[in-house]
Ligand binder design. Structure first.
Ligand SMILES: Nc1ncnc2c1ncn2[C@@H]1O[C@H](COP(=O)(O)OP(=O)(O)OP(=O)(O)O)[C@@H](O)[C@H]1O
Length: 344
């Protein structure tokens, strides 16, 4: 649906040139929720603004439904842009207009007939749960309600894609959860594809199907959310996952434990093996486990369990235990805060 092909973006300022995007390629498939995560300055905003060409690439192509936006006439680009709604961290509502007017005015400007404007405003206000606030002004709304208005305004143009630029970053945790549930419902029930950028791993965890991790203008890792959680490859991805589980072992303890065995992270996806895998291998081999941390969380489609375990024993016994755990459907990673660490 949206394809970025080898996109590079260089910003020229008087003092220096900044390469905000460096040979970025990714494909957002129809019907999915695709998250791009990265720390501040990674290039996320530049990337999402590239999807509707608010920002033009220095090099590379942006395709929407197979058509190259970068080669379109202004008229065709405007038609394509109407199929891409956008919401922002700061909501961008018209302060002097009511909720109704905030949604209706842009529709009027794009030539939607009066009767249809009324129907669409009411329909989408109902979907976002704000029909009773049609006559309120933005100043009378909470942050979550303002974002709902912005979502209704975007949906009223009946887009195929919703671009979300840090849509929940200004909201408290409960409101974030409610807005994420709404975005998930929009994706599921209206079939709208969502591309979002965020620096919060809980956003990726709860609603995304696929994810790309950005750093210094490059995509350093991308794939299914479940793979990022269970087998993050880069130090940055590991830190994002650990930010959610808070299962970093104090360095001193790590050093002591490693003398008598190995520390591993065990990932259980869905019902994994359906067997008590850790108990089975400790019964079979000369290995003694101590659980250092344990968590279970719900990803979009399945539960994800995670244990950090010290396996005490000789390296050959630990190795055999790891092999058996892997055969039982558990994903085993050698524990290391950052860096490469796949085991078995
Ligand atoms: N219009 C611009 N002119 C010059 N440099 C820019 C411009 N926009 C972004 N940059 C630079 O490009 C790099 C990437 O910025 P971008 O805003 O895309 O990152 P980000 O990941 O969205 O960060 P944040 O979450 O802080 O917004 C940064 O070094 C930034 O200073």
């Amino acid at each position: 649906m949206i394809e970025f092909k080898n996109i590079t973006k260089v910003f020229h300022t008087k003092s220096k040139d900044t390469k905000a995007l460096d040979d970025v390629s990714l494909h957002v498939k129809k019907g999915t929720i695709f998250g791009v995560i990265g720390y501040s300055g990674a290039g996320k905003s530049t990337l999402i603004r590239m999807a509707n060409l608010l920002e033009k690439p220095t090099k590379g192509q942006v395709l929407f439904n197979g058509n190259e936006l970068t080669k379109m006439s202004r008229g065709n680009l405007n038609i394509a842009r109407q199929k891409m709604g956008m919401i922002f961290q700061s909501f961008n509502l018209l302060k002097t207009g009511t909720v109704y007017e905030n949604i209706a005015i842009p529709l009027k400007l794009t030539g939607v007939p009066k009767k249809e404007i009324k129907e669409r405003v009411n329909k989408y206000l109902e979907i976002v749960g704000l029909l009773d606030k049609a006559n309120a002004y933005p100043a009378q709304l909470s942050g979550g309600q303002k974002q709902r208005v912005a979502i209704a305004r975007a949906l009223a143009h009946e887009p195929e894609v919703l671009l979300c630029d840090e849509a929940t970053s200004a909201l408290d945790p409960d409101t974030t959860e409610a807005i994420l549930a709404l975005l998930s419902k929009i994706n599921r029930e209206l079939g709208i594809t969502i591309l979002l950028i965020t620096h919060e791993m809980n956003v990726v965890q709860s609603i995304c199907d696929e994810v790309a991790v950005m750093e210094n203008g490059r995509i350093i890792e991308q794939g299914r959310v479940i793979d990022l959680f269970s087998q993050p490859k880069t130090g940055t991805a590991k830190r994002f996952v650990q930010s959610l589980f808070n299962d970093t072992i104090p360095e001193e303890l790590e050093k002591i434990l490693k003398k008598s065995g190995q520390i591993v992270t065990l990932s259980f996806i869905g019902n994994a093996s359906g067997k008590p895998a850790l108990a089975m291998v400790t019964k079979k081999f000369d290995v003694y486990p101590s659980i250092l941390s344990g968590n279970i969380t719900q990803l979009k489609d399945e539960p994800y369990g995670r244990l950090v375990v010290h396996l005490e024993g000789s390296s050959s016994e630990v190795e055999k235990a790891v092999e058996d755990l892997t055969a039982l459907g558990v994903i085993v990673e050698r524990y290391k805060d950052g860096g490469d660490s796949h085991v078995g």
